[in-house]
Design a protein around this ligand. Sequence first.
Ligand code: ADP
Ligand code: GLC
Length: 491
Amino acid sequence: MPKLLFAVSEVHPLIKTGGLADVAYSLPRALQPHLHDLRLVLPAYRQAVQRARRLQPVATLQLTGFEQPIRILEGLLPDSDIPLWLVDAPEFFDREGGPYGDVDGLDWPDNAARYTLFARAIVEIACNRAGLDWQPDVVHCNDWQTGLVPALLHHEPARPATVFTLHNLAYQGLFDAAVFNTLALPKFLWTAEGLEFYGRLSFLKGGITFADRLTTVSPTYAREIQTADFGYGLEGLLDFRSAHLTGILNGADYTLWEPALDTLIEQPYDANSLELKAINKHTLQRSLGLPQTTGVALIGMIGRLVEQKGIDLLLEILPTLLGQPIQLAVLGSGEKKFEQALRGIARRQPQQVAVYIGYHEELAHRIEAGADMFLMPSRFEPCGLNQLYSLRYGTVPIVRRTGGLADSVVDATPSRLQDGSATGFVFDAATPAALLHTLQRALALYHQPEQWRKLAVRGMQQDFSWGSNVDAYLAVYQQALADRGTPPSAQ
Ligand code: ADP
Ligand code: GLC
């Protein structure tokens, strides 16, 4: 099995903005037993340097286009024996704030240079020119931050095979054309068949165009992105590359997200002791200042507060929804207009709505364990992890039929309830009316406790661990190697 370099811009528990970090943690761990050798490479953000284990400098490099030499720090991820390389360029990565922006959420103005530097360092490692005496057979890149890697590697004679995973096409790494000239990238990459995208520089296009193999994070999203509604203008290129594109559903990491073992929640429980979940509900209600009324459905929602997640659909139906005896707990951060609207409602109706704006890992676990239902009315959702966690926690998901949500939740129609295959509620139209109608369906079933319990237990019994999806990635690596020809380590 090949030697793998997994290149990514965030990983739990070093630094995280969303599901990419969860996948970058759990997928390499699931792959590790099947691979000869696996390394993770990431920028040396301040938080990553603080949290990684046993870090030490192992190489110093001079990269094309950058004045200061950079260092490679070698260490380990916490709670794992996966070797980690951090690309240490303090001028670019040692900052107060998030990986992609400052404390106010504004993108760093030099993101193009930051991720060009990251890509250049990965290319040096991939071609065994970094002084590490190691060369991968396959480089697995993720999202636009690593999009230049396949583009730069494509022109290297002794290069490894490349796989590029699209976690979210909405984030493309688009920059003004003039930025291209500041990055010292090869001039031949500036064509419509290269990095140019309608007169702008696209990092994502570099990955899509040049990687030997492409994957995305659910079979449905793989189909969706080949259409104009989801492709952001890249649908033609993705359709052109469709024979090399595979949709593989993300797995959930049940070592972190398992109600029987979760140390972040008050009361562990499993499918045989689902009644204990009520203790977590009461604790959550108390801590959020919601009345501890029994028999009132508590609806949870966690995520980035952006249009993708359908938060505006929820805001529109809330006045009607709150006319009923329900409670709502929202954890998230994102666009200010959504944060303010949610805060306003929580202030006006504190008996029914609790909102926490910010990032809070422990509260995310406590909402999964304490809520009765979990809401994901996403306009699009490449995979989505919270519906997988919700299923495991017996917290019935209510989702829109898109991307990975469509591939993981079975709607509770009368016949699906009857044959026992239902696991949640699914709606089609991205409209407030469709969301409200589906919530009404869920609330009606919630008041039939025996039916509800069966639905929740059925969800808990689903297995969305990496399982066979690891084999799917291994097959893609083999295909990439076959496309590439002889792997470097065999030369
Ligand atoms: P996306 O990657 O689009 O944000 P996913 O559903 O794939 O969506 O993954 C989101 C991950 O980030 C989940 O692990 C979720 O629990 C976590 N998360 C999102 N927002 C917050 C928050 N405000 N606090 C804690 N965890 C959060
Ligand atoms: C992206 C997507 C999300 C997916 C995650 C991990 O952030 O928005 O749907 O689960 O990546 O692949």
